[in-house]
Design a binder for this molecule. Structure first.
Ligand SMILES: *[C@@H]1O[C@H](CO)[C@@H](O)[C@H](O)[C@H]1NC(C)=O
Ligand SMILES: *[C@@H]1O[C@H](CO)[C@@H](O)[C@H](O)[C@H]1NC(C)=O
Length: 360
């Protein structure tokens, strides 16, 4: 309760890229920088989903301070460094790279003692960033009806059971069951109406729907690793703890999914979507808890899915059709003349009288 009051008491103001917070009573408000737009340009055939960042060097990144999501106070900024977010799409899939400096921390099987990341997207038109959709219902009353319009889509990757460089997320076994889970790597596809009404895709308090899928895929890496090929589970923890370096988290998802439950964001080329990025880190080796995460912003950021190229103008397309029809007209005139000539030649040849051999 105290935390809720605190959250509501915080008023954030961002000016020229940095955030100040004041504790004031009243509604939560956040003046995030409206200029902040992450651009996902059309660049097909560039990204391999392997956790490595070398293929992203020519893609512009967007840098963010990581402030505690529940109390975005500059004083409590993540002290490991900033987060760089990159995005692009290839016409079918959208790709994300999250890059954040951090001393290497990894405890096999204990996700809360490893870093973790999540992406959150607005689905319902009334879904707020604050309180993850902002539906006012409690867990025993939130349903797709009572919280209609407050849906957010979440991808959460907890790397405690994920081998670096290996691909996790949607897999045939969990997708066969029909929900957004990932039993192998904990790269799960969720939706929420508020922090207390958060479920795997397809799971709902009022009944499950086995048509859901986990549409995300992803991998992670830390640049203190010395091998670039084929880690296995027995290599865990893959590097010694505490080494300076940078974590990389790489994700992809189809622009459109087959969701019909209002649990997935649908991206449209040429249109913006609203997103946010969260980061968990075991500060000083202490396990993190669900709400104790950092965020790149105190409100939605805009994600632009850029078109590949501008369409040819009407004049150009008319001209090309004119050329094509002129050519086909020429062809048909030539073939008509040819057929008249062949017909004349055949009838002329036929006028030679036929003389049976046995009459000779
Ligand atoms: C969003 O909120 C507005 C204003 O309260 C309302 O008119 C609209 O129906 C809501 N949208 C949905 C999808 O519930
Ligand atoms: C929905 O699925 C979850 C997880 O598989 C399960 O725990 C729950 O009992 C299911 N609910 C219903 C109503 O079948």
């Amino acid at each position: 309760m105290l935390r809720c009051l605190l959250v509501f008491a915080i008023i954030i103001s961002i000016s020229t890229g940095f955030v100040n917070s004041h504790e004031e009573t009243g509604q939560w408000s956040c003046d995030s920088n409206p200029q902040t737009r992450i651009k996902a340009d059309y660049k097909p055939g560039v990204i391999t989903l392997d956790g490595h960042s070398d293929d992203w060097v020519d893609v512009d990144g967007f840098e963010f301070s990581l402030l505690p999501a529940l109390d975005p106070d500059q004083e409590n900024e993540y002290d490991g460094g900033k987060m760089i977010v990159k995005a692009l799409h290839d016409g079918n899939d959208v790709f994300f790279l999250l890059q954040v400096d951090g001393d290497y921390a990894y405890s096999t099987g204990i996700s809360t003692k490893c870093p973790s990341v999540a992406l959150m997207f607005q689905v319902g038109e009334n879904a707020s960033y604050h309180r993850m959709g902002g539906c006012a219902e409690s867990p025993d009353s939130c349903t797709s009806k009572t919280c209609r319009g407050h849906e957010v889509d979440i991808m959460h990757f907890s790397i405690g059971s994920a081998i670096p460089g290996r691909l996790y997320g949607g897999n045939p076994i969990d997708n066969g069951v029909g929900n957004g889970g990932d039993r192998f790597g904990q790269l799960v596809d969720l939706y929420a109406w508020n922090p207390h009404c958060q479920y795997l895709d397809g799971i709902s308090p009022s009944g499950n729907d086995s048509s859901a899928q986990n549409n995300w895929k992803g991998a992670w890496w830390h640049d203190s690793f010395t091998t670039h090929s084929g880690f296995m589970k027995e290599d865990s923890p893959y590097a010694s703890g505490g080494q300076k370096g940078t974590y990389f988290f790489e994700f992809s998802r189809p622009l459109r999914t087959m969701d019909h439950l209002q649990q997935d964001v649908q991206f449209t080329i040429g249109q913006p979507s609203k997103l946010s990025v969260a980061f968990w880190y075991p500060v000083d080796g202490n396990p993190w808890h669900g709400s104790g995460h950092y965020s790149v912003s105190c409100d939605w950021l805009l994600l632009d899915i850029s078109p590949g190229s501008t369409l040819p103008t009407k004049v150009d397309s008319t001209n090309s059709w004119d050329a094509a029809s002129a050519f086909s007209l020429l062809l048909s005139v030539v073939s008509f003349c040819l057929s008249v000539f062949v017909g004349y030649w055949v009838s002329k040849a036929k006028s030679v009288p036929f003389t049976p051999l046995d009459h000779l």
